[in-house]
Design a protein around this ligand. Structure first.
Ligand code: C5P
Length: 436
């Protein structure tokens, strides 16, 4: 968020007060915040308190001539890296979906080509009303992102359901994952269109008998977030997921598997791909011989001994394909110590192009948590990213991969062109030789 410029449009709802905390937190992260308030928003919080927190004037009126001369509505959008509307009321959502521009907030939005995030907050019946849902669908189809609303008690007594504005931490995580904040923004806005990305996610379960299995603590949150980010970047995405407690991301072709062997077969079936990201925490071993019936505890009998055999290494198999290898093969390394050293060793041993290394020691809370702090280890160096949400890591990684794929395309076409030039040069030379 450091040095990013956020344009916050505050709508008229009781949740407007949460924006004060949002501004404070964004500024703590090093972001600059500029605020537009609708007329209704000013009934809930004052421009004075907002401007005290942003340390800037607050913009409220489309017909303020000073504004138009000094900093018109076009500039408000042009000078922002991303725009958030919070709370996004039913009325504001309807106006944005309909392309209205009858006040400063809606005029800024209609004149903007920046990434837009809406944080809806309203009465549950207003949210569930088909008109609001239609507007939300339209805006999603237009590429607008939503965070929340959350379920819970409403400010009005006795009212509960979906309609509470997302908490500040959620708003910040969603902002961090926005194009323009997470990366260059260019890659996220469609530069993976026409590309196929295969992603593995979650744990694998290795059965011991029909009721017991060996598993690990992977939640699948990071892998699923990468699938969503790739889909948003315009890619055709095949997500191969072990057993997780997450919904299938919409617009992503999700295949469900249980064991490492099933995951390997699914990956083979999903190829060819331009990019393969192996985020799954594949079990290293499986039980050598599974029994068909539940192992019984017999009185006095010794505890059973499990013989384990090594599972196929899916990442290594794909990275070393002689033909049909994806152009970019990405692995993950979950380490508890010497994170970068181990990741570099893994980059070599697996034969992949990039390793995303993260520290999963218990103190970090990465396993199962919503935030991650990763290092990108490649053959030409390493980059460490600050701690951010898993959604933001996903968006930034996809941005990075799209740029690298673009570079390799560039390198390939340069090679091709050079080849063509050489090919064109050759006959000329032959002619000359013949002449002499
Ligand atoms: O060897 P290790 O499990 O630490 O390597 C992690 C990376 O290798 C991850 O990208 C993981 O998805 C991948 N992997 C795999 N098949 C395995 C083991 C790991 O694809 N059997």
């Amino acid at each position: 968020m450091k040095n990013k410029r956020i344009l916050l449009i505050i709508g008229g709802g009781i949740a407007a007060y949460k924006c004060l905390d949002l501004i404070r937190r964004l500024r703590e992260f090093g972001a600059g915040v500029r605020v537009v308030m609708t007329r209704a928003a000013q009934e809930f919080i004052t421009p004075l308190s907002v401007s005290a927190l942003t340390n800037e004037r607050v913009f409220t009126d489309l017909f303020d001539l000073d504004d138009e001369r000094e900093i018109g509505h076009i500039r408000l959008s042009r000078e922002a890296d991303a725009i958030i509307v919070a709370p996004a009321t039913a009325d504001l959502i309807a106006k944005i979906a309909g392309g209205h521009a009858n006040d400063l907030a809606t005029s800024v939005l209609l004149a903007s080509d920046k990434a837009l995030l809406l944080a809806p907050a309203m009465n549950p019946r207003m949210w569930l009303n088909p008109a609001t849902q239609r507007n939300v669908c339209q805006l999603e189809a237009d590429g607008v992102r939503f965070v929340g609303p959350e379920e819970g008690e409403m400010a009005e007594r006795g009212e509960a359901g979906p309609g509470r504005m997302a908490e500040t931490s959620e708003l910040i995580s969603a902002l961090e994952a926005m194009p323009g904040i997470a990366g260059s923004g260019k890659a996220l806005l469609g530069s993976l269109s026409g590309k196929h990305v295969v992603i593995t996610s979650g744990p694998t379960h290795e059965p011991i008998d029909p009721v017991r299995y060996i598993a690990n603590r992977s939640s699948g949150k990071q892998g699923h977030a990468i699938a969503i980010a790739a889909q948003r970047a315009g890619a055709k995405v095949t997500l191969i997921s072990g057993p997780v407690d997450l919904p299938d991301p919409s617009g992503v072709d999700t295949w469900h598997v249980e064991t490492a062997t099933e995951m390997k077969d699914a990956v083979a079936g999903a190829l060819p791909a331009d990019i393969a990201v192996f985020c799954a925490a594949v079990a290293d071993w499986k039980v050598a011989e599974q029994v068909g019936q539940k192992i019984k505890k017999a009185k006095g009998a010794p505890s059973p001994t499990l013989k384990l055999v090594t599972n196929p290494d899916i990442l290594k198999t794909v990275a070393s394909l002689k033909s049909g290898r994806p152009k970019l093969v990405v692995g993950f390394a979950a380490e508890t110590e010497k994170v970068i050293d181990h990741a570099r060793a893994k980059l070599a041993s697996k034969g992949c192009d990039l390793i995303v290394a993260n520290d999963v020691s218990a103190a970090t809370g990465v396993m199962g948590g919503d935030r991650n702090s990763v290092h990108l280890v490649t053959h030409d160096g390493e980059i460490s990213w600050p701690e951010m949400s898993k959604d933001a890591v996903a968006a930034k990684l996809i941005d990075e991969l799209a740029l690298r794929l673009g570079d390799s395309k560039l390198a390939e076409s340069t090679k091709k062109k050079r080849g063509q030039r050489r090919a064109r040069a050759k006959p000329k030379k032959t002619k000359k030789v013949r002449k002499t």
